[in-house]
Every structure is written in structure tokens, then in C-alpha cells.
Write a protein that binds this ligand. Structure first.
Ligand SMILES: [Zn+2]
Length: 253
């Protein structure tokens, strides 16, 4: 699969880090690939991405991977706030309210091709293949609840928590992590675990609207559980399994 180099964005600067650790997936919310190219390559918009993938599966290289493209904006993941400096941004030619409102087979295949290449090249963990809504849950909803994360999970290009049995969940790790920290409500436990997983929980601590946005961002990524959205206890169980997965992997290392 060839990259298209006919369009370049002037919107970039130098990275403040040499490590590329995260890939951020976006959708453009623009009605066509030509509009997206125009928008992302126009100096006055001050936004860009490294790659843009069309509905037909063409991959446009707009900014060199060596440079810091401007796609993440104000964002947070696992303590880092300058996500643009440590990430590669991929925009998908998709808009929920226009005719390009499908994640087509060709688009998905091109994305899989690109992610496979990038994960290998930079040794990026599949835990760090994220949506814009994961790193900016209070401002952004892209790539949206219809984005096919499960296709990426099937190819190990995105993290899928493994289901654990009850005895594993009730083991000492849980006691150590959740009970010792005196988290005396489900909400506090959820916020603690989501922050441990990577999310910025600062605003959600203070305000219910932001708490709901955060839960929405989580639910739309780990969509196999989307029916659990309105049941706090069920979403708690899902997040707990995810959290325990992360602790168990960390303990192995
Ligand atoms: Zn975005």
C-alpha cells in the first residue's frame, strides 16, 4: 500500500520528545476527503495530522512522523499532557452527518495496514492506541461510538481486557488496590481505576456532567460493553476487570 505525498500541511513544529508512544485516531467531521485535505493543509486552521485515510482507503501523508503534528489539542494520558509530542495522529475521512458516514472496508484495511507498520516501527503498546475521546473525554467524541475497535482488537492493534473469573477478581490484588485506598463509593472507585488505566479524571471528580462524559468516552471505546452504560454497577464491573488486567500485566513485567 502506497502513501500519497501530494498534499502537505504547514501545521507542525518540533517534537519535544524523541519517543513516539501513542497513536491517536480521529474522524474529520468534514463531508469529503477533498474538504479534509483543504482544511488540514490550510495554515489558518492551525490543525493537522500525520495521516489522513479516505473512504477509498488511500493514505495521505500530511506531516512527517519526525515532526509534531497538531491534532490532540489539550489532552492527557497516563500523566502526559503534551500528547502531540509523543504521538502520531491519524484522521479518518468520516462525518457522522454526511455521506461519508461509514467506516468502510477499504478505510479499515488501510488503517490496519498503517497501524501494523507504526506499532512495529515504534514498538508502541496496544494499550496506547487511543481515540481522541480517550485523551480528551470532556471535549471530544471522535472516533465515536460506531468506530470498529473490535476489528483492531482482533488483530491485537488495540487493547481488549480479558475476562477474569470471580476468584481472580476477589483476590488480594483487589483488596490491596481498592480497599486500602479508602475509596468508599462506587464513583470514587471508578475514578481511581480510570485514572490508573490512563484517563484524565480531574473534571469528573468535581462535576456530574463531566463524569458522564468520561463514562461515555470509556463506553464508546470498549463498546462490547456499551449496553452497560446506564448501569453504574455494571460499568463498575467492566472497569474493574480492565483495571485488574492492567495490574496483572504490570506485575508480570
Ligand atoms: Zn479528533
Amino acid at each position: 500500500m502506497k502513501l500519497i505525498h501530494n498534499f502537505k500541511s504547514p501545521n507542525f513544529n518540533d517534537r519535544k520528545s524523541n519517543n513516539i508512544e501513542i497513536i491517536v485516531i480521529h474522524y474529520t467531521a468534514l463531508s469529503s476527503i477533498s474538504n479534509a485535505l483543504k482544511y488540514l493543509c490550510s495554515k489558518k486552521n492551525k490543525v493537522s495530522c500525520h495521516y489522513l485515510i479516505s473512504q477509498e482507503g488511500e493514505i495521505y501523508s500530511l506531516v512527517s512522523e519526525k515532526k509534531r503534528a497538531w491534532h490532540a489539542g489539550q489532552s492527557y494520558w497516563r500523566g502526559s499532557t503534551d500528547i502531540n509530542s509523543i504521538s502520531i495522529g491519524i484522521e479518518l475521512d468520516f462525518s457522522p452527518s454526511d455521506i461519508n458516514n461509514k467506516f468502510t472496508l477499504k478505510l479499515n484495511s488501510a488503517l490496519i495496514f498503517l497501524l501494523t507498520k507504526l506499532l512495529k516501527k515504534y514498538r508502541i503498546s496496544n494499550e496506547n492506541i487511543l481515540g481522541h475521546s480517550d485523551i480528551a473525554p470532556y471535549r471530544k467524541i471522535d472516533p465515536g461510538k460506531y468506530f470498529p475497535w473490535q476489528i483492531l482488537e482482533n488483530k491485537n492493534l488495540s487493547y481488549r481486557p480479558k475476562l477474569l473469573n470471580k476468584s481472580e477478581i476477589k483476590n488480594s490484588i483487589k483488596k490491596e488496590w481498592l480497599n486500602k485506598k479508602k475509596l468508599n463509593s462506587i464513583k470514587k472507585k471508578i475514578l481511581f481505576m480510570l485514572n490508573f488505566i490512563g484517563y484524565d479524571t480531574s473534571l469528573a471528580q468535581k462535576n456530574k456532567i463531566y463524569f458522564d462524559k468520561l463514562i461515555n468516552a470509556y463506553s464508546s471505546h470498549y463498546k462490547i460493553y456499551k449496553n452497560y452504560y446506564y448501569n453504574k454497577k455494571k460499568i463498575f464491573d467492566v472497569i474493574e476487570v480492565h483495571f485488574l488486567n492492567i495490574i496483572l500485566t504490570k506485575n508480570k513485567k
